[in-house]
Design a protein around this ligand. Structure first.
Ligand code: ISL
Length: 558
């Protein structure tokens, strides 16, 4: 395993433990299930895995409601299982990133329970954000903030003697009280959590809501729009995100990471305006942050080109390579997203009435992936995208678990969290030995199962394997060489020169001939290394992407 800033060009595979592989038959994935499948991930060709939360949790938000940051939920296994997972991953040359959720805990966290039981104004209460209500009797919330999921961002408590008490802040679900980061004890607590997982061998942390934590002084009202909803002008964030104080947290965390051997890292989940990114990334702050612009870019030459150029410029400004993301556990799977009508609001919640064109979606998703994997920087993959899994729409409401589905008209995020299909002909498609699955899997998962695609030329799985192995062999993730866009291509074709490889994306619905003599090379004569769809030699198929070898013969496969 190379140790020099491995995260700069790493391919990181997100494991959502509930839905990856179930070893004990309860219908929910677990850590031993992940450990057993690590060879699959090594063979896929990724460098690292990121594990979504597996900590003790009542699971009101898929584990992003943490009741104990330093223990494993019994549904997922034990601390020993976590140790074994990390050790086995390291043996296989895979790094392990764990999730840290510092904006809020679960209401079942011991410290929140103590805060509820303590006196008003007590030090116990100071660990969370309690505030007196407004109105005559404090019957109205302290301010007008609304939760990301649904309803007000405040819930009123009842004191031990039965009288109504103050309100606590929860930017997410009511079961997810926000920590008070003005209290030094909260800093101490999370610094201890970092050390706990660093000591156990974690190679880094994915920081949840990394632009949250610090709230504006005095908790002022937000401005509201005509409908009375919090007003979020284009390109800005709600009032409770991206406040300057949060940067100090990373300045304190970085020396802790650096005090450990082996290049430990922080990757931020921060939905912030671009110009703010340089404040978060740097040698004394975080290493990298998810770039969601690529995920949000619509299909098309201009949109995709801009979504590549902007982050590359920013990467220069922050002195750290960008990241690329197409899917995660919060957004509609990209195999479906690209199949929506052009007016779909990309990267946002699914509307109940929206039915994607599955075939077109998968075709474009494969092309977008082939493009993404050619670009310099780190790439983050989400489990199941290597199988071309679609967003699952047909989940009955009563089985949905994501709290955001309580918002009117929005089915929520369960559709990208359905357990993975491993075997076409096994119960629960091999997800669980008992055939149980916490969310129902649709029939189409059978033909998309790992064993149905394994070794099948042209399958999505084999396309990922080929692209990932070549990306690493040719060093495509490395920032050197830069990215040159080819000009004078046929309309609807995007071309990127990556040195050894030229990438062409045909965004039109008809095959186009490979351009002769575009740039310095005669592309029509170049060797085809990767194709997102089969086609006639000398052409790029409709809605497809190819890698062409433009610098001599391809190196031998390792
Ligand atoms: O998912 C979203 C929209 O559908 C985002 O607003 C999301 O809630 C936000 O990016 C924060 O996400 C993270 O923290 C949440 C958790 O529900 C998400 O799963 C997690 O990725 C609260 O912990």
């Amino acid at each position: 395993v190379p140790t020099q800033q491995w995260w700069r060009d790493a391919v990181v595979y997100q494991v959502y433990p509930r839905s990856f592989a179930d070893s004990d038959g309860d219908g929910m994935g677990d850590l031993p299930g992940v450990t057993a499948r690590l060879p699959y991930l090594r063979d896929l060709g990724v460098d690292a895995i990121w594990l979504s939360p597996f900590y003790t949790s009542p699971q009101h938000d898929g584990g992003y409601d943490v009741a104990d940051y330093t223990d494993v939920d019994p549904r997922f296994g034990t601390l020993t299982d976590a140790d074994e997972l990390i050790a086995r991953a390291h043996e296989l040359g895979l790094r392990v990133i764990v999730d840290i959720v510092p904006n809020h805990s679960s209401d079942q966290h011991e410290l929140f329970q103590q805060a509820l039981a303590a006196e008003p104004g007590s030090p116990e209460r100071d660990l969370y954000v309690f505030a007196e209500g407004t109105g005559e009797e404090g019957e109205l919330p302290p301010n007008n903030w609304t939760s990301i999921f649904h309803g007000p961002a405040w819930t009123r408590i009842t004191e031990a003697d039965g009288t109504p008490g103050p309100w606590y802040l929860h930017i997410f679900d009511t079961t997810q009280p926000d920590w008070n980061w003005n209290d030094p004890r909260v800093h101490q607590l999370f610094e201890d959590v970092l050390r706990f997982w660093l000591d156990r061998g974690a190679d880094g942390f994915r920081v949840d809501v990394a632009h949250g934590m610090v709230k504006p002084d005095g908790l002022p009202d937000a401005s509201v729009n005509a409908e009375g909803l919090i007003d979020i002008p284009e390109g800005e964030v709600p009032i409770y995100f991206d406040n300057d104080g949060v940067l100090d947290i990373y300045r304190r965390w970085r020396p802790i990471l650096d005090s450990y051997e082996g290049d430990r890292m922080l990757v931020l989940e921060a939905w912030i305006p671009e110009h703010r990114l340089p404040l978060y990334i740097g040698e004394d702050k975080a290493h990298q942050s998810f770039n969601f612009g690529f995920l949000q870019a619509r299909w098309g030459v201009a949109t995709m080109r801009a979504a590549i150029e902007k982050p590359l410029e920013l990467a220069d400004a922050v002195g750290s390579p960008t990241t690329w993301v197409l899917s995660n556990h919060d957004v509609i799977r990209h195999a479906s997203r690209y199949g929506f009508a052009p007016d779909h609001r990309f990267g946002e919640g699914l509307r109940r009435d929206e039915v994607p064109d599955a075939e077109l979606g998968l075709r474009r998703a494969r092309a977008a992936t082939v493009l993404m994997l050619s670009l310099p920087g780190a790439a983050y993959l989400y489990q199941g995208e290597e199988l071309g899994l679609p967003e699952v729409r047909e989940i009955p409401d009563e089985l949905r678990e994501d709290p955001s589905h309580l918002r009117a008209g929005v089915p929520g995020r369960d559709g990208c969290r359905v357990p993975l299909p491993w075997r076409r002909d096994a119960p629960a498609f091999g997800f669980s030995p008992t055939g149980k699955s916490w969310l129902p899997q649709p029939e189409v998962f059978g033909e998309l199962a790992v064993d149905a695609q394994d070794g099948v030329a042209g399958s999505t799985l084999e396309m990922y394997r080929t692209a990932l192995h070549l990306r690493s062999e040719l060093g495509l993730g490395r920032p050197d060489g830069g990215v040159e866009f080819l000009e004078d291509l046929p309309p609807g074709v995007l071309g990127v020169d990556r040195g050894d490889v030229t990438v062409l994306v045909n965004t039109t619905d008809a095959a186009v001939d490979l351009p002769r003599g575009a740039g310095s090379a005669d592309l029509a004569a170049a060797e085809l290394l990767v194709a997102s769809a089969p086609g006639r030699p000398g052409t790029i198929p409709a809605d497809a992407a190819v890698w062409l070898s433009t610098r001599g013969p391809a190196p031998e496969q390792a």
